[in-house]
Design a protein around this ligand. Structure first.
Ligand code: PLP
Ligand code: TYF
Length: 397
């Protein structure tokens, strides 16, 4: 049965982490995978999470199954976070939410739902994007096309080309958008651009599917939701896949959410009934621990305030590293990398090419994804000098 099976290539990002782990060089630097690291190079468990876990440990009385959609309170708190506490979408009944295993689980169950319910046949996905987007669309049985996103010349958004290409979309197609901190470029639309995107999508009758994996990593919890909220103000229907992996550091607990907004609450109730089928056929019901942590932190005033301060510290550390890297690159004679400070979230497209990336790995034990994407969260005061010098060296060859 299995003889014909060919070996699959390693995931280009997760595979890089494996190679990094096996590198004996004590000065090695991992700027590959998108995982936050603190100044000491550690991916910490947040204090708010530790405290919530203590509360859960003391009060939990059963490990019996959760509802298919997860805890209702989890859904409500998630809607509050993405739409804003004042939004009618929090309690109005038009938006329904399921806990899914991570943002990935939400994307996949959302794509399954689209396929199963004949919502659409095609997705438009940015080029470049997090590679799993293309794979998830295909695995769910949907076709996809790419729209340009990155302008190499300006290190900015290829906004006009993006809309020109999306003009070829047909009524009813799905458009996948990153809400903030675009992976891999770190480039997000401005508020004015979001307004144009929202008008465009609404006029062309496309369905926005928003991937919200980095809320709080760009400019703040509310600020990062601006684009999504502009879309929600102009489009009556939308899908959101959000994640708590990064902003609560719950990577391995697999906590994400799929939220679907319908035009009215009667439709939303029918949508929810079919979302439950999509969840049941994929995972039956969600894992509880991470979901309880999120629900506890977001609903407890003290823990919520602690979370916000911890999230702010993560975001500010990354911003500081952007500034420091650009300074050190200038000092090392690598040239002008000012665009790095304009970008948001964990990632930047450095502009380094495949060959340069390979030299950095082989000669300097610096690990960067082949596209030239660097995870800024892997930089700290201790490794930034060596990093900037190595990049300058490679660029000047
Ligand atoms: N979407 C984007 C753009 C991502 O970068 C990630 C990162 O892992 C995800 C979704 C999935 O996140 P999760 O770990 O919550 O599945
Ligand atoms: O892009 C990243 O680095 C993160 C983590 O298959 C990740 O989104 C990378 C690859 C992958 C799953 C998660």
């Amino acid at each position: 049965f299995f003889d014909h099976i060919e070996a699959a290539p390693a995931d280009p990002i997760l595979g890089l982490t494996e190679t990094f782990k096996n590198d004996p060089n004590p000065k090695k630097i991992n700027l590959g995978v998108g995982v936050y690291k603190n100044e000491a190079g550690v991916t910490p468990i947040l204090d708010c999470v530790k405290q919530a876990e203590k509360l859960i440990f003391e009060t939990e009385t059963t490990k019996s199954y959760l509802p298919i959609t997860g805890l209702p309170e989890f859904g409500r708190l998630t809607r509050e976070l993405i739409f804003g506490a004042d939004s009618e979408l929090v309690d109005g009944g038009r938006a329904v939410t399921c806990h899914c295993p991570g943002g990935t689980g939400a994307l996949r169950i959302g794509a399954d739902f689209i396929k199963q319910q004949n919502v659409a046949a095609k997705m438009w996905i940015s080029d470049p994007t997090w590679a799993n987007h293309y794979q998830i669309a295909t695995a769910a049985g949907l076709k996809f096309e790419r729209y340009p996103y990155y302008d190499r010349a300006t290190h900015g958004l290829a906004f006009e080309r993006m809309l020109e290409t999306l003009n070829q979309a047909e009524e009813g197609d799905v458009v996948v958008l990153h809400a903030c901190c675009h992976n891999p470029t770190g480039i997000d639309p401005t508020v004015e651009q979001w307004e144009r995107i929202a008008d465009f999508i609404s006029e062309k009758k496309l369905l926005p599917f928003i991937d919200f994996a980095y809320q709080g990593f760009g400019h703040g919890i509310e600020e990062d939701a601006q684009g999504l909220r502009i879309i929600a103000s102009r489009c009556k229907e939308m899908i959101i896949a959000s994640s708590y992996s990064k902003n609560l550091g719950l990577y391995n607990e697999r906590v994400g959410a799929l939220t679907i907004v319908s035009a009215d609450k009667e439709t939303a109730a029918r949508v929810l009934s079919q979302m439950k089928i999509a969840v049941r056929t994929a995972i039956s019901n969600p894992p509880a621990h991470g979901e309880k942590v999120v629900t506890t932190v977001l609903s407890n005033n003290e823990l919520r305030a602690l979370w916000e301060s911890e999230l702010t510290a993560m975001r500010e550390r990354i911003r500081n590293m952007r500034v420091l890297l650009v300074e050190k690159l200038k000092e090392a004679g690598a040239g002008d990398f000012d665009f790095i400070t304009e970008q948001n979230g964990m990632f930047s497209f450095s502009g380094l090419n495949k060959d340069q990336v390979e030299i950095l790995r082989k000669e300097f034990s610096i690990y960067i994804v082949g596209s030239g994407r660097i995870c800024v969260a892997g930089i700290n005061a201790e490794n930034v000098d060596a990093l900037a010098k190595a990049i300058a060296d490679v660029i000047k060859r």
